[in-house]
Design a protein around this ligand. Structure first.
Ligand SMILES: [Zn+2]
Length: 392
């Protein structure tokens, strides 16, 4: 009897150790392994580039930071973004886009929604039990996480929800306050769980941007990496119409060509691609065609240029600026911005503290200060100012 008791205690201790030590360790190890900077910090730029960079409001349309268990308020020596590194790199406004489901054997050509890698990650990272069984709960949990970081930041970090929030953030920055901001987005509308009523739920949780799909087809339409390659469904149309009414940005990232065409036809407010490359530079199904770029520009939207290899066919500030330049040549300087995909299971050329490297490269390639201001954040701020709701 005694032996059985001891045995049971040992088993319980092993299970607890696995759950509280080994699993979080596994998640952190995965985070550190797949979210990497090719060149680790610190980064040096010229005095002239630093001076111009410090005067900018730098905005980035995509980061999957909330998927990981890192403390946003602490400077981490792994991963790609956190508040101290945003402050160092003058990355002033970051979109925090939540990921809810990622198929196994992920590729950019063909995936189904039959398998999922996030469940295990969520379990390993001790997400709330509800979120293990619900994609909607996964989104809501990640929103709560960002709100808690904002609360703990003592005013250093704010979440933008309205035009009024944006205006006071910009005013504070212009007055010299080193305030940093974020807004919430959704990578793949599977979080709606097929129910239009959940658009309001997501809005109420302060999400202000959503893409129809991530790596697999959803009830809204086809993913570029899915099976159907279909356009926008009636449900998708209704969702996006409601988002436009509420003041939420439509993101066409990861959409099939047919879906992007349909969205561009129906949209009455600016549309963004939060993170992408262009086929004219880097020809693969993940990236936008010239026509799609022209279509986004026609809506008055912004193409967020990604930093990773499948986006730019390179892994350097030069490769990022090459893609920016291509878009500028095609549609002008008003429709291009940044969409790093920091912490989206990618290797980036640098982490968030190295954003001045892009400013420096833009200067080197002959862009004017005014154009650099637009590309590095001005265009994204313009679109947000146009689309966000006036107030809560
Ligand atoms: Zn993505």
């Amino acid at each position: 009897m005694k032996k059985i008791k001891i045995f049971a205690v040992i088993i319980a201790a092993v299970i607890l150790a696995l759950y509280y030590i080994a699993l979080p360790d596994y998640a952190s190890h995965m985070d550190a392994t797949i979210n990497k900077a090719k060149t680790p910090p610190p980064y040096a730029v010229s005095a002239a580039a630093q001076k111009l960079h410090n005067s900018l409001i730098v905005a980035d349309l995509h980061s999957d930071f909330l998927l990981w268990n890192r403390d946003f308020l602490k400077k981490n020596d792994y991963g790609l973004v956190d508040l101290p590194r945003m402050q160092e790199g003058n990355l002033s406004l970051q979109a925090f886009t939540v990921v809810s489901k990622v198929p196994k054997n992920l590729n950019i050509y063909r995936n189904t929604g039959d398998s999922d890698q996030i469940t295990l990650l969520a379990f390993a990272e001790h997400w709330p039990t509800k979120s293990l069984f619900s994609l909607k709960q996964r989104a809501l949990y990640q929103s709560r996480k960002l709100h808690q970081f904002a609360k703990r930041s003592n005013g250093q970090f704010v979440i933008i929800k309205t035009k009024a929030d944006l205006a006071s953030f910009i005013a504070a920055r212009k007055a010299g306050k080193k305030i940093t901001a974020g807004f919430l987005g959704i990578e793949g509308a599977q979080v709606l769980e097929g129910d239009i009523a959940n658009v309001k739920v997501m809005y109420d949780a302060d999400f202000r941007m959503m893409a129809a799909t991530h790596f697999f087809d959803t009830k809204l339409g086809g993913s570029a990496h899915g099976v159907s390659h279909g356009g926008l469904t009636d449900f998708g149309r209704k969702v996006f119409q409601q988002m436009e009414k509420r003041g939420m940005l439509i993101d066409v990232a990861h959409g099939s060509p047919a879906l992007i065409d349909d969205v561009l036809k129906m949209a009455t407010s600016p549309v963004v691609d939060s993170h992408t490359g262009v086929r004219g530079i880097c020809d693969n199904p993940r990236n936008l065609t010239d026509d799609q770029i022209r279509g986004i520009a026609r809506t008055g939207g912004v193409v967020g240029v990604g930093f990773w290899k499948i986006a730019t066919c390179g892994l350097s500030p030069t490769a990022i600026v090459r893609t920016i330049k291509y878009i500028v040549k095609l549609v002008g300087v008003d429709y291009v911005g940044l969409g790093s995909d920091f912490d989206g299971a990618i290797e980036a050329p640098f982490d968030a503290s190295g954003m001045a490297l892009i400013t420096q490269e833009l200067m080197k390639q002959g862009f004017s200060d005014q154009d650099i201001r637009k590309i590095m954040g001005g265009n994204t701020l313009r679109v947000l100012a146009q689309v966000l709701p006036a107030k809560d």
